[in-house]
Design a protein around this ligand. Structure first.
Ligand SMILES: Cc1ncc(COP(=O)(O)O)c(C=O)c1O
Length: 456
């Protein structure tokens, strides 16, 4: 059955052609840089037709445009000279990703022993890695010290003594302190981390940050090299970053006054917003970099401080636009006043719509349809009514089981947040570059589930 076969319910006439929304669906501005239109409604990314990827690797499948990732790394390095640009591995990490980022000259931000081990065993220099985490486990800290990470970001008072006790006698670990500057920014309340009343960092307002700094300076095994903050994610204005620079420089000046110490590093975290649909706001990296540099220079001059080395930690803005998900339509159903197009993946490979209400724009690929667009909601296959991938979008009215849908801008916080719900198995990740597709991460199989489950 296709959408066109479904009788309209009273009060809900068949969809009229909605030209602006169809145009948005056909707009490729949020797709990877290499995306090309081919004949018969086909698209190619990295020189590889998407239907070829679906045929070869099955669905659902995630692909990453290698050249797109590399280009975004270069854009950052170009926009932010004299800055350490660290890719935030939580957005998405696999060996290839670590390798590309390393080759492009970025550092890495990790937040677990798992991410750290994967990166270092891929050959990523530990000295270019920063370890984060609001609650680092003993294993996280042990692994960081064993592998020699460049910096550990202290996130709580209790971590100071734990870390100091774990540093081998005679050596010193470089640390930053994550401070909460009291700035509300970010695309959703669940990804705002710059204000008090959330779990990350140490507040400047209530003095916890200042107290922690004094304690760190008392530890011979710890070398405080700077301040860190991460305001949140999906921030589309540069103003919060400029405000953060002023507040952190203010704190640096007070540290100099009280402790006679000029901190050499200032880490502004990530959070640079991207467009998920055509026409949405995105942060302009070049403008951000220019304004941050000017603000830093001015604020330091006003405070009589040497300008610290700047660090930024973009995740989403590097990986997000490079990813495309491919799904096969399994069913088309009208119920009540809505039409549901159900695909063979869902919230286990992309939890973001359910977590933050993110809105995607899937499109039909692999065949050209001349049918009028019809309003539909694309849902996943999981046993959860909230398993919605894209609510109230337009797809051609003849969309039917067996069709392929492609979703752009899925390179960040999708598979990295994937779950084992319903034992569906996590999809593979395929790299595309120069007309070739290669498997980076294989599909999770029934055998994987069986082998982990060792009890009776
Ligand atoms: C400490 C830190 N740095 C960087 C990032 C990356 O943020 P984004 O992917 O929004 O750039 C995050 C995301 O949560 C973070 O917690």
């Amino acid at each position: 059955m296709t959408l066109a076969d479904i009788p309209a319910t009273p009060g809900h006439p068949p969809a009229a052609v909605d030209a602006p929304r169809l145009a948005a669906a056909d707009d490729l501005t949020v797709w990877p840089l290499s995306t090309l239109r081919l004949a018969h409604g086909e698209l190619a990314v990295g020189g590889v037709p998407l239907t070829e990827i679906a045929d070869r690797f099955g669905t659902p499948a995630y692909l990453l445009d290698e050249a797109d990732v590399r280009e975004r790394c270069r854009t950052y390095l170009h926009a932010f000279p004299d800055t350490d640009v660290l890719y935030a591995a939580k957005a998405f990490l696999c060996r290839a990703m670590a390798h590309w980022v390393e080759e492009e000259g970025l550092g890495l931000d990790v937040c677990s022993a798992g991410e750290l081990e994967l990166a270092v065993t891929t050959g990523f220099p530990a000295a270019r890695i920063v370890l984060h985490g609001n609650a680092k486990s003993p294993e996280d800290l042990r692994t960081a010290l064993r592998l020699g990470v460049g910096r550990i970001v202290i996130d709580s008072a209790s971590e100071i003594a734990r870390l100091a006790a774990a540093v081998p006698p005679g050596s010193r670990q470089k640390v930053l302190v994550r401070v909460v500057p009291g700035i509300a920014a970010g695309g959703h309340s669940k990804i705002q981390t710059g204000t008090d009343d959330q779990k990350f960092g140490l507040s400047i307002t209530d003095g916890s940050a200042q107290h922690a700094i004094a304690r760190i300076l008392d530890q011979p095994g710890l070398e405080l090299v700077g301040l860190h903050c991460h305001l949140g994610s999906q921030i589309t204005s540069d103003k919060p970053f400029l405000c953060a620079v002023r507040r952190l420089v203010g704190l640096m000046a007070r540290i100099k006054d009280h402790h006679g110490l000029t901190l050499p590093e200032l880490d502004l975290g990530g959070g640079h917003g991207i467009a998920y649909r055509p026409g949405e706001d995105a942060l302009d990296i070049t403008t951000l970099a220019r304004k941050v540099r000017a603000e830093l220079t001015e604020s330091c001059a006003a405070a009589g401080l040497a300008v610290p080395r700047l660090i930024v930690e973009p995740g989403r803005a590097i990986a997000g636009p490079a990813g495309v998900a491919l799904y096969r339509v399994l069913s088309v159903k009208r119920t009540g006043d809505r039409t549901f197009v159900a695909v063979d993946g869902g919230m286990s490979d992309n939890p973001r719509p359910a977590l933050y209400g993110v809105r995607y724009l899937p499109r039909l690929i692999g065949r050209r349809s001349t049918a009028a667009p019809a309003p539909v909601t694309v849902v996943g296959r999981h046993c959860e009514a909230g398993d919605v991938l894209a609510a109230d979008i337009q797809l051609p009215a003849d969309t039917r089981p067996g069709d392929l849908l492609a979703v752009p801008v899925v390179g960040a916080y999708h598979l990295s947040m994937a779950s084992g719900y319903n034992l569906v198995g996590r999809p593979p990740v395929v790299a595309v570059a120069d007309g070739h597709a290669r498997l980076l991460v294989r599909r999770e199989s029934l055998e994987d589930f069986r082998s982990r489950d060792v009890g009776l």
